[in-house]
Design a protein around this ligand. Sequence first.
Ligand code: MG
Length: 405
Amino acid sequence: MGDPIGVAVLGATGSIGTSALQVLRLQGTRFRVVSLTGWKQIDALGKLVDEFSPALVAAAPQSAEDAGLDFSPESQADYYVGGDEGLVAAATHPDVHTVISGVSGAAGLQSTLAAVRAGKRVLLANKEPLVMCGQLLRAAAAQSGACLLPIDSEHNAIFQCLPLEAQRDVAAGRGICAGPEGPGVSRIALTASGGPFLRTPASGIAKATPNEALAHPTWNMGPKISIDSATLMNKGLELIEACTLFGLDESQVEVIIHPQSVVHSVVHFSDGSLIGQMGSPDMRVPITHGLAYPERAPSGVAGIDLTEVGQLQFELPDLERFPSLKLARQAAKEGRSAPIVLNAANEVAVQAFLDSRIEFGFIPEIVDRILQRHEPGEVTELAQVIGIDREARIAADDIIRRILH
Ligand code: MG
């Protein structure tokens, strides 16, 4: 056995980070946690620091000291306080080979891009880097030789269904080859559980409370993504992610409701074959796939008994009750800066809903208003992405304030 593989876990106390650390515990000495970052749950981060003794820790200002993290020069670890600087340092540490990018929201953007530029293996769990600056990430990977591995379960499923050569192209930022030399992918189908409001009438959805919206039937996830699953914006963002990562046109990506969450996505090939990936709805499966790729390793998750599942259902999503999905498709079609604006407006609206400032039905309404008045333009650098994101947030905040008056 060689040296342990150095891993950075960005967002170690979040939903993805927690699953990733479970897998890393199971894998024992094959991996070493080199850097850990956390933000709000500083006590939990402190415990992880004691357990894994990372070389670098990044945490939120103030709360880190409050939690007794050791900032003295004698400390075993390098400590960073603050947002982007600490995340970037954690992602690009020279001993890090693999970065698990599980910081939710737009906060993980810079660190993910930095990891790609540094030529790391980057396990993409958070959607924002691909949604907001996917082309920049792909170009950076092609240049640095980084390896991009999707661990959002649907994209990981699509990736697993591709032949090895096409997997290499996607990981290198080249997307799936469309020509006669390519693998013959005609389209892909992203599956969606349908969320907690799959059978709820439109009037009930509009007035849903945060607790109702947070109760996801099959996946256990953080609050932002749970709300996105309830509006189906999560699937909309995944549609954009898929277009970018796999180099597909929006018309080649369909969304199908599959309430059992057993089939995680399907690739349609030109000869009429469909290949799908199945498994328990547990993030440890795609995380383990990304960590061990191209090998297989135990994830701690048991396989499913198909006879126990019994039936698998598939149906089309109702775009009238779930307009967020329609908006995301519009942004995917427009491309360029449109997905940045969609994502920013949605993030602001979801937070306002979680803070009980607006009703659930207003989330797509706000996104719609921001998207319709945006004039999409080309995006060539991160500073531009951040500027467009900031403007859209301000505009969304403004609309929310006007709704409240
Ligand atoms: Mg997903």
